[in-house]
Design a protein around this ligand. Structure first.
Ligand code: NAD
Length: 468
């Protein structure tokens, strides 16, 4: 008999406890070899004064089991509470968000009956590092961070996922026509890694047209890999256009842990009425079973669930006159799935999970890249209500003519600018400098002249190519 796999389970808030109970009932009836460690997270924990909504003993359980099956929670309004999901993802290093988006035509109404794609979103970098500042009364500034190790890991994950799940193509979306360095790096690494997988097709779209194509003809896509922000938005688009966000589960995977959940929230108005659809959480649990190397149980449950919805046994949220046969509550839905364990769907496509390989590739680490890195200047951000002529004169006087350019909101306004350009109170001023002491000297000269310096950013060339 297989050894039981310990998992951490949180029943959450609102409809969470009902859909979690339904999910666990199905898992246990199907023979999942799991040992449940129940933890408390969410509203009660937040209101008890824990800003992240997670207690210390929950972290201990998560570090021990490394597998988290999580029901939705309610984040109390106001009070500076931090997102529990972001905290778990970043603390445990859950870098890959994996969301299968599948249409269940003709059982669930959708404009895209053929769609069957998987969105793989980078989960830790990009604009979500939370490096964000208010710099002047009028200006806030957020930093988009894309790294080679972070991008290599998620892109390689996407290609490995495609190979292990018999998928044929991986598509990346970036905005590298505008964000030439950050998104440019993601695209470059995508092209490099794609070469290592000649058996998998690869494709890149600029995110705007890619998003339009994804929403219009999702059946053209197979696996889609995205930096964090585009992935956050488009994974919800992907789920929505399947016909029901209530049927989508998601996995957050890291090297040292994984979290599985439905994509919907705690739906407080439905709580306690036995009306919630447990399918999103159940499908997340199926992803979990595959992750913990119980693919047979994952297959058994997924096919029984497909058979249940195919027979028209539907909770209220997906019930449709003429298509559905029977409207059921949460508990009766779970019973219907249990009754069909061992059956397979006849109209919908049946599934078969195969043992997921141990992900040794993830431990290879990033390829070291060497480049000659040379300091060539510094951009200094200044808060000023001066006009560009007065400001440029002050900067030239202060630094003895090292000023090369002034930008406002990314537009060059000096030496040659247009009077039509709207200028705000934050100016990015570029100076030439070829050593750290020279940068420090420029900063001192600016401060001594009474200029209000907000920040500075060194400018480097890499193998003679500007990195700015
Ligand atoms: P929601 O997803 O809870 O509800 C949106 C709509 O979908 C509501 O009409 C709801 O009744 C319905 N719905 C959601 N899940 C359903 C299900 N399983 N079966 C049937 N109908 C379902 O989103 P919301 O109303 O914006 O948020 C409610 C709370 O959930 C908030 O406190 C929010 O912070 C939290 N939330 C938590 C998570 C999470 O824990 N991952 C995610 C999103 C929202």
């Amino acid at each position: 008999m297989t050894k039981k796999y310990p998992i951490t389970v949180a029943h959450g808030d609102g409809i969470g406890p009902e859909i979690m109970q339904a999910t666990l009932d199905i898992l246990l009836e199907a023979g999942a070899q799991i040992e449940i460690e129940k933890v408390e997270i969410g509203e009660k924990v937040y209101l008890a004064g824990q800003k992240t909504g997670i207690e210390e003993k929950t972290w201990e359980s998560l570090r021990r089991t490394k597998v988290f099956l999580k029901a939705p929670i309610t984040t109390p309004q106001g009070g500076g509470y931090r997102s529990l999901n972001v905290t778990v993802r970043t603390t445990l290093g859950l870098y890959a968000n994996v969301r299968p988006c599948v249409a269940y035509h003709p059982v669930i109404s959708t404009k895209h009956p053929e769609m069957d794609l998987v969105i793989i979103r980078e989960n830790e970098e990009d604009l979500y590092t939370g490096i964000e500042y208010q710099q002047t009364p009028d200006v806030c500034h957020a930093l988009k961070l894309i790294s080679r190790p972070g991008s290599e890991r998620i892109i390689r994950y996407a290609f490995e996922y495609a190979r292990n799940n018999n998928r044929k193509k991986v598509t990346a979306f970036t905005k590298d026509n505008i964000l030439k360095r950050s998104d440019g790096l993601f695209h470059k690494i995508f092209d490099e890694i794609a070469e290592e997988y000649p058996d998998i097709q690869n494709q890149h779209w600029i995110v705007d047209i890619g998003a339009a194509k994804l929403a219009d003809t999702p059946e053209q896509f197979d696996v889609v890999v995205l930096p964090n922000l585009y992935g956050d938005i488009l994974s919800d688009v992907g789920a929505q256009i399947t016909g029901s966000v209530g049927l989508v589960g998601t996995a957050n995977i890291g090297e040292k842990g994984a979290m599985f959940e439905a994509i919907h929230g705690s739906a407080p108005t439905l709580a306690g009425h036995d009306r919630a659809n447990p399918s999103g959480l159940l499908l997340a649990a199926v992803l979990m079973l595959n992750h913990i190397h119980q693919p047979d149980v994952a297959t058994l449950i997924h096919n029984a669930w497909l058979k249940t919805i195919e027979e028209g046994i539907h909770t209220k949220d997906i019930y449709r006159e003429g298509v559905s046969q029977k409207k059921v509550g949460t508990k009766a839905f779970a019973k219907a799935v249990i009754a069909r364990l061992g059956e397979t769907p006849e109209i919908l496509k049946r599934v078969k999970y195969t043992p997921s390989p141990h992900e040794d590739w993830a431990h290879h680490g990033s390829k070291p890249v060497s480049a000659k890195r040379e300091l060539v200047g510094v951009d200094v951000t200044i808060y000023s209500h001066d006009g560009v002529e007065t400001l440029s004169q002050k900067l030239i006087n202060a630094t003895r003519s090292k000023l090369e350019a002034i930008y406002n909101r990314g537009v060059t306004v000096w030496p040659e600018g247009f009077p039509e350009t709207l200028c705000i109170d934050q100016w990015r001023c570029r100076f030439s400098a070829d050593s750290p002491p020279e940068v420090v000297q420029i900063l001192s000269q600016l401060v001594e002249s009474g200029l209000d310096v907000i920040k500075s950013e060194n400018l480097y060339e890499f193998d003679g190519q500007p990195g700015y």
